[in-house]
Write a protein that binds this ligand. Structure first.
Ligand SMILES: Nc1ncnc2c1ncn2[C@@H]1O[C@H](COP(=O)(O)OP(=O)(O)OP(=O)(O)O)[C@@H](O)[C@H]1O
Ligand SMILES: [Mg+2]
Length: 397
């Protein structure tokens, strides 16, 4: 088969459009433009069948009608485009005013065009993906030739739209998951806040009162040596409990996260433990600045729990906190060289379980290594870049 020069140009342009982004709206706009140029038409509307296969929706058009994209839809069988979507057949209409299928939509200014060809975009399994509706202002249109060209173009575009629709569905799914993760993290934060307030207004005040009572008794005369020692131990314990509770309630890292960002919040956290050194080694690159808010908060909470555990249980005065970015992920390692513990021993506590749950919600991966006498290592890997597929619009020339 020998191709005419204009056909070659058309196929080259078509190849360009097909190789374009998989982003649906962009593909629709480029396709409309290509069709108009290919057949010298006045306007092209690109309709796609909706996911429920009940209607067609305008997803792209040549200017000025592009402003109506996603705002016009037709039932299957409604209007000429609806008929084409329903039957999978081409409609060649020299004069739409004498065609009973035609339906006038004021916003699409049908009065300006008389001649139209409407072609289905059929995927390889014969399902209608969408419809190209092509209008001319002129009357002297070679409808037979244009019908042939448009049918060919539509069959190529159908494949591209099929892929773009799939990507669009995946992106919508990702967005829904991200929203869900955010709701879960928000709910956990609200619960945390409630517990902090309860602690502050209830238990903390009571422990505080008990501490002052003991101090008063300690000062009283007539205590023997043993009684005085027991009281001292009890009052030291109460003071340590008050400190631990204040530490829990304060949550200054959270405030710093909101105001200054993730790395500053990690620093604040690391410096918040009395008599406990957290040696921070930060090898992250600029990428970490784009850590999305829900992930940043959940990551901070995971680090916080790992540090709390090292502080409370490791029996050492020091631990290391290393941050790095590896292949688009943030990797956090918290390591202590303290007592360690047996990971196989069942617990009724919620700290480690909460860390795992948060990691799962944000699409991260948490690993724990520990054994008695060997210290403990917590390793968290979190994707930094949003999972939602980008539309690449910024690369448009
Ligand atoms: N870094 C660590 N060093 C030594 N033991 C640890 C360390 N981290 C955890 N553990 C052990 O694992 C247990 C479970 O930890 P987990 O964080 O789930 O509970 P918790 O800290 O005791 O209580 P909470 O539910 O308030 O966090 C701890 O009680 C402790 O015995
Ligand atoms: Mg804990």
């Amino acid at each position: 088969m020998i191709l005419e020069p204009e056909e070659l140009i058309l196929y080259r342009k078509l190849a360009g459009v097909l190789a374009e982004s998989l982003q649906l709206d962009r593909l629709a706009a480029r396709s409309a433009q290509l069709v108009v140029e290919a057949v010298g038409a006045s306007v092209c509307f690109v309709h796609l069948v909706n996911y429920e296969a009940t209607r067609i929706e305008l997803v792209g058009a040549t200017p000025p009608f592009d402003t109506y994209r996603r705002r016009v839809s037709l039932g299957l069988g409604d209007g000429i485009a609806g008929w084409v979507a329903q039957t999978g057949q081409v409609a060649v209409v020299p004069d739409k005013w004498s065609d009973h299928r035609y339906r006038y939509l004021p916003e699409l200014q049908g009065e300006r065009f008389r001649t139209l060809i409407s072609v289905p975009m059929l995927n390889p399994s014969g399902t209608v993906v969408g419809v190209l509706n092509v209008h001319w202002q002129r009357d002297d249109v070679d409808l037979d030739h244009h019908q042939e060209v448009l049918t060919t173009v539509a069959s190529f575009l159908a494949g591209a739209f099929d892929h773009a629709i799939l990507v669009d569905k995946l992106a919508a799914h990702e967005r829904a998951l991200e929203g869900f993760a955010q709701q879960l993290i928000d709910a956990q934060e609200a619960e945390r806040r409630r517990i902090q307030l309860d602690l502050h207004d209830g238990v903390l005040q009571q422990v505080h009162a008990a501490y002052y009572r003991l101090e008063a008794v300690k000062a009283a005369r007539g205590l023997d040596e043993n009684e005085a020692r027991d009281l001292r131990v009890a009052s030291d314990l109460l003071r340590a409990s008050t400190q631990a509770m204040r530490h829990l309630i304060q949550d200054s890292a959270r405030q710093v996260l909101d105001e200054f960002g993730f790395l500053e919040a990690v620093d604040t956290l690391a410096n918040s433990y009395p008599d406990f050194t957290v040696a921070v080694e930060d090898r992250t690159n600029m990428l970490v600045n784009t850590l999305e808010a829900t992930r940043a908060l959940a990551t901070l909470r995971i680090i916080q729990e790992a540090l709390n555990n090292a502080w409370k249980h490791a029996g050492t005065a020091r631990c290391e906190l290393r941050l790095a970015t590896i292949g688009g992920d943030l990797v956090v390692v918290i390591r202590d060289r303290g007592d360690g513990f047996d990971l196989a021993t069942p617990t009724t506590t919620i700290g480690i379980g909460g860390m795992r749950e948060r990691a799962r919600i944000i699409g991260g991966n948490l690993e724990l290594f520990s054994s008695p006498g060997e210290g403990t290592l917590v390793r968290l890997r979190v994707p930094v870049t949003p999972a939602v597929i980008e539309d690449g619009a910024s690369t448009e020339s």
